[in-house]
Design a protein around this ligand. Structure first.
Ligand code: F6P
Length: 343
């Protein structure tokens, strides 16, 4: 078969490992041929691609980013997009199937194209870990490792000055990155979008820690909505797709903490550093297994499905299942972490 790969949406450590394993598995096991579409769905729509031979994917699993480039182009909103046009482009370039590697938006596009009769399968990726129907996505472990390291550093400088340190992490509308990195770094408070917490509670935790001679570390997810406010802070405008570009809650919180407690407070936003650099060993393995399974899905003609992690198994799931809302942090997981907050 002649198979096209594309990476779409925000990049994520592990994308290259998926590309490598799908290509190697296809060449070695089935004698497939591969092309890589440049810039996500845009490359597929415009027929902009590169050949992917065995030597093109050599050593790729350790590299961050994506060799194919990515974009937030929507397959139905591009002027030349839509199922009919894409099917015609695929015919023109003799592409038998497409493996779309991406998050919620990308997989929603893949699902719609498959429903419209196109041979498309998916691979889930996101540092946010917010996709249903898979226990974890690659990129998440790398983000946790980077954020934990950053917080360890914030703690040593915080302790030296006896300051309160606030760390803002990504995650969009879920708190997985905040919860896991905050737990790993021994944060004194973790604030996530799924749980509304008021400033009174936050300052109580901060004061308890400070009064026993420690420097409080508060970890806040970018999508956290403080009690009494309506929406997450998004002071950087909107994405191309209209979604608010989240960010700014850390600064807002630091101001509030300092004003209410008199404790000198500093805020750090980790931002895209969480998405950059090379994937961890765990993410390389997960991404490699996802890529191989996606290739099998193509040969099974399991259009509209994706590779997914269930326990330790890589399984096939319907994209509809993965897109049925966001995978939020369950209340029990927050309550468990909360036992160690403050005092
Ligand atoms: O979905 C991954 C993610 O990194 C989110 O955590 C974050 O809100 C968003 O993407 C940032 O997107 P961009 O790279 O477009 O600024």
């Amino acid at each position: 078969m002649r198979i096209g790969l594309l990476t779409s949406g925000g990049d994520c450590p592990g994308l290259n490992a998926v590309i490598r394993s799908a290509v190697l598995h296809g060449i070695k096991s089935f004698g497939d041929e591969f092309v890589g579409f440049r810039g996500g769905w845009r490359g597929l729509i415009e027929g902009d691609y590169m050949a992917l031979e065995r030597q093109d994917v050599r050593g790729l699993s350790r590299d961050g980013g994506t060799i194919l480039g990515t974009s937030r182009t929507h397959p139905y909103r591009h002027p030349q997009g839509g199922a009919e046009n894409i099917a015609a482009t695929m015919r023109e370039h003799a592409i038998d199937a497409v493996i779309a590697i991406g998050g919620e938006g990308t997989l929603a596009g893949a699902r719609r194209l498959a429903a419209d009769g196109l041979p498309v399968v998916g691979v889930p990726k996101t540092i946010d870990n917010d996709l249903k129907a898979t226990d974890y996505t690659f990129g998440f472990d790398t983000a946790i490792s980077i954020a934990t390291d950053a917080m360890d550093r914030l703690r040593t400088t915080g302790e030296s000055h006896h300051r309160c340190m606030v760390a803002e992490v990504m995650g969009r509308h879920v708190g997985w990155i905040a919860l896991h990195s905050g737990m790993a770094a021994g944060a004194h408070a973790i604030l996530i979008p799924e749980q509304s917490v008021g400033m009174e509670q936050v300052t109580e935790w901060v004061e308890q820690v400070h009064s026993r001679g420690r420097s409080p570390l508060v970890v806040v997810a970018e999508g956290f909505i403080p009690e009494g406010t309506e929406e997450a802070v998004a002071d950087k405008g909107r994405e191309a797709d209209g979604r608010p570009r989240l960010g700014g809650i850390g600064q807002w919180l630091a101001g509030g903490i300092e004003e209410r407690t008199g404790i000198e407070t500093r805020s750090t936003t980790l931002g895209h550093i969480q998405r950059g650099g090379n994937p961890t060993g765990y993410d390389r393995v997960l991404a490699t297994r996802f890529g191989m399974r996606a290739l099998d899905l193509v040969h099974e003609e399991a259009w509209g499905h994706m590779a997914s992690l269930r326990g330790t198994e890589i399984v096939k799931v319907d994209l509809a299942e993965a897109l049925d809302g966001l995978k939020e942090v369950p209340a029990e997981r927050y309550e468990e972490a909360q036992i160690l907050f403050g005092r």
